[in-house]
Design a protein around this ligand. Structure first.
Ligand SMILES: Cc1cc2nc3c(=O)[nH]c(=O)nc-3n(C[C@H](O)[C@H](O)[C@H](O)COP(=O)(O)OP(=O)(O)OC[C@H]3O[C@@H](n4cnc5c(N)ncnc54)[C@H](O)[C@@H]3O)c2cc1C
Length: 545
């Protein structure tokens, strides 16, 4: 007699190969609408590769085998190396081949920022740890572009041939750039940065300095250069600190240890010390914080994109699971309460994608609204979308029930990855305070933004009331604004999302967004609203049912 304890039933089949781009209607429509349709073929091809079991397994390997530091060689000489898993390099090589590190500035096709944003949104769904060095390198280009050393770096910054070797730039085909601001005593208040820079000669822009101090977070410490904030003459300036010195020796940026992080585990984030490290002053002397904050508006856009990516992947995984898993005699996706939750999650994901791509286009334009989106909407979106991603990934994990909590599935990694976008590049409160600063210091941009919101919202009573309130708050005194900074950032984003969806998404999507986000139903959790008849339309638009 065959002795069995049970049959395995009701476990969900593997998602299988699917195309991340072709299956995402909201993303495809946004790419065309925002002007990057020239890259659609390439996006489709990349979406197909990212959706393979091979890509998923490579991403898993890169994350379960995190990088490790080799600080000394066997004879005791410092080497300060980091060993990444080979799968990390595969994702880096793929990203380079699609220009994710530079094409926003080099592509001759229309919509360069939007196209790059779309690649980012696809790549980040499968392997998010590699996004950090791609973001930093891309965001450093405009800053470096104003310096004399740029001419020699240009071919390396714009090369599509990823080069993981640890060697002086003369021996490399491409380069990575990182950023070093945060120290032990603080990362938000950059005036507290204590690393000192001493001129090796006359000093000034383009001159050589010696840096002494530390950084508490210094991601991809083996990047070919970092842009580092340090003090000199009681002012802060920005320094280009290469991995190798001009004489061919390793620069004295000593890795102390790598962080053991909640998520983002494929990426290496180090604590380092500068022991008379070599650096070149870049940007205006004494304006280092402003220089790096300018770079940060680009990195904050990428945080929005990275969060939209995590949301989309978590949603796809949740919808696939609910489509197959049965409880109480029906598939989960057929249970009315689960449908309400899934529909709401789909709505959130579409709103994030739509906003992220519109925001990316703002980085191509020079009109007042584009500039206002860059300066004021970007930090608001970084605050709101990154926080919504944390709740959404948790909810999607719960759709999987207990299986969602287990490490051999995809949900824990998505969930653990989500909070980092909210924390780095300026945490939530700091983003909201930056929105207020933008409103105060750029009254013309603030005016253009509020006028646009009030006018776009005027035909819809639910929106027009909010838009008027927001416009009043936008010109309120500082004390009033400080008390409701999160409120301002939240409604700014929701109003822009609502108007984008009203203009571009199917009517069911726009109406559901209005009803749930503006109709007095709680925003605190996903799935509190009854989407009734619209649920089917929302779910089918997001995924196959
Ligand atoms: C995985 C990872 C990688 C990183 N990589 C890098 C890197 O490569 N380079 C780099 O420079 N940094 C890096 N960081 C650091 C990151 O940018 C900082 O952690 C972040 O900017 C916050 O700084 P902090 O940790 O010092 O927090 P703090 O500045 O101590 O802030 C703590 C909290 O207080 C809030 N807060 C601060 N000021 C105010 C205020 N005035 N009012 C209300 N609330 C306030 C903040 O929003 C935050 O929530 C990395 C961080 C992580 C997690």
């Amino acid at each position: 007699m065959k002795w069995t304890t049970h049959e395995v039933e009701n476990q969900v089949p593997e998602l299988g190969d699917y195309n991340l781009y072709a299956s995402d209607a909201a993303l495809r429509e946004a790419v065309v609408r925002e002007g990057a349709s020239a890259r659609e073929q390439e996006l489709t091809e990349y979406g197909a590769w990212l959706g393979t079991a091979e890509a998923a397994d490579l991403a898993r390997q890169a994350n379960v085998n995190p990088p490790c530091a080799e600080r000394f060689d066997r004879r005791g000489f410092r080497v300060d190396k980091v060993h990444f898993h080979p799968a990390w390099h595969i994702f880096m090589q793929k990203a380079f081949s699609h220009g994710m590190h530079c094409s926003a500035w080099t592509s001759t096709e229309p919509g360069p920022q939007v196209a790059r944003a779309a690649f980012y949104l696809l790549h980040g769904q499968i392997e998010a740890g590699t996004l950090c060095p791609l973001t930093m390198t891309s965001a450093a280009i405009p800053l470096l572009g104003r310096e004399t050393l740029y001419e020699s770096l240009r071919p390396l910054l714009f090369s599509s041939r990823y080069d993981p070797s640890d060697a002086p730039l003369g021996a490399k085909t491409s380069m990575l750039v990182g950023m070093g601001m945060t120290e032990k005593q603080g990362g938000s208040d950059l005036r507290s940065v204590a690393t000192r820079a001493l001129p090796l000669g006359q000093g000034g822009r383009g001159a050589n300095y010696s840096l002494i101090g530390h950084k508490w977070f210094f991601s991809v410490p083996t990047s070919d250069a970092h842009l580092v904030l340090a003090q000199h003459e009681e002012q802060h300036s920005c320094f280009y600190v290469p991995r190798w010195q001009p004489d061919g020796s390793l620069n004295r940026v000593h890795i102390q240890r790598l962080k053991d992080k909640l998520g983002n585990r494929s990426n290496a984030s180090a604590e380092v010390e500068f022991v008379e490290a070599y650096g070149v002053l870049v940007g205006e002397p004494g304006r280092g914080i402003a220089t790096l904050v300018e770079m940060a508006s680009l990195t904050r856009l990428d945080c929005v994109l990275g969060s939209a990516a995590l949301m989309r992947q978590a949603l796809v995984q949740a919808l696939h699971h609910a489509n197959h898993r049965r409880a109480f005699g029906k598939r989960l996706i057929e249970q009315p309460l689960m449908r309400a939750v899934l529909a709401d999650l789909a709505l959130e994901s579409e709103a994030a994608t739509t906003l992220a791509l519109r925001l990316a286009r703002a980085f191509e334009g020079e009109g007042p609204l584009d500039l206002a989106y860059r300066r004021i909407l970007t930090p608001a979106a970084k605050f709101w979308v990154c926080k919504r991603a944390v709740g959404l990934t948790a909810e999607c994990m719960e759709v999987w029930g207990g299986n969602g909590y287990v490490e051999d599935g995809p949900m824990p990694r998505l969930f653990r990855e989500a909070p980092v976008n909210a924390i780095w590049e300026g945490s939530g409160n700091v983003m909201c305070l930056d929105v207020l600063r933008g409103l105060r210091r750029e009254p013309e941009l603030a005016g253009a933004l509020m006028d646009a919101l009030v006018s776009e919202s005027s035909d819809e009573p639910l929106l027009s009331q909010r838009a008027e309130q927001l416009a009043t708050l936008a010109s309120a005194d500082e004390a009033t604004q400080q008390g409701c900074a999160r409120h301002i950032a939240q409604w700014l984003v929701l109003l822009v999302q609502a108007n984008l969806l009203r203009r571009h998404a199917p009517a069911e999507v726009a109406e559901a967004f209005l009803k749930t986000r503006f109709g007095g139903q709680a925003l605190a959790l996903h799935g509190l609203a009854d989407h009734a008849g619209a649920a089917s339309a929302l779910i089918r638009r997001a995924w196959y049912e």
